[in-house]
Design a protein around this ligand. Structure first.
Ligand code: FES
Length: 232
């Protein structure tokens, strides 16, 4: 067993535990957007950063293993300031349409903003190109994706389908079927598990979205809409 402190509280965890797991054992919830316990450890959002005594840089608690004697601070002023900047950077490339988004009030990204006290981003810059792909069961809006890749894991490793993968590189990275095909042209089983794990409105059930199809298809808008033919 390993012995460390989380915000001054001693805690004992099995060897191999991450700092996030140690925090959980101490009753401290570290915010996260990409992590899925025992399923998806990818470390892309960095929202879970914590301060470790003796380490210069903040550490992603979901990825870094706990070590004997570690002294960890999960909500120090330095951590909170960094978390807010990381959140603002995510928000700077996210549509500001929460009020018209179907995920309003059930969105992890939005919820985290409330928790951090951040509702606006100080940063402005290029925005990812938006593409809306509407299959009979799943609607994808790439402009709302934060590239956490939870959906990729759910689709490939849990459902064994693999319809969604990361395409392209850098700022052009997009989670999509290969060659930008619409979901309805792939092996997608329409199970909807990707919509369950998505922390934003990037993947939603098509059911209930019908009234907005027309609005999305408005040629005056910046989105490209692919409406899949109905299943017979
Ligand atoms: Fe740790 Fe996203 S939860 S990097």
């Amino acid at each position: 067993m390993l012995h460390l402190t989380i915000n001054g509280k001693p805690v004992e965890v099995p060897e191999g535990s991450t700092i996030m797991e140690a925090a959980e054992a101490a009753g401290v919830k570290v915010p996260s957007l990409c992590h899925m316990k025992n399923v998806h450890q990818y470390g892309s959002c960095r929202i879970c950063v914590v301060e470790v005594e003796g380490m210069k840089n903040l550490q992603a608690s979901c990825m870094v293993k706990a070590r004997e004697g570690m002294q960890v601070k999960t909500h120090s002023p330095k951590v909170l300031a960094a978390r807010k900047v990381l959140y603002e950077l995510l928000l700077s490339n996210h549509p500001k349409d929460c009020l018209s988004c179907n995920r309003n009030q059930s969105c992890e990204l939005q919820e985290l903003g409330y928790e951090l006290g951040v509702t606006e981003s100080r940063f402005e810059g290029a925005m990812s190109k938006a593409k809306v792909d509407i299959s009979p069961s799943i609607t994808r809006d790439t402009s709302k994706c934060i590239l956490c890749r939870r959906c990729v894991t759910a689709c490939a490793q849990i459902q064994k389908v693999g319809a969604l993968q990361a395409q392209n590189r850098g700022f052009d990275t997009v989670i999509s079927p290969a060659m930008g095909l619409p979901l309805n042209s792939t092996a997608c089983a329409m199970c909807g598990q990707c919509t369950v794990v998505c922390p934003t409105g990037a993947l939603q059930e098509t059911d209930g979205l019908t009234p907005v199809w027309k609005a999305l298809a408005d040629p005056g808008k910046r989105v490209i809409v692919q409406v899949a033919p109905a299943v017979r």
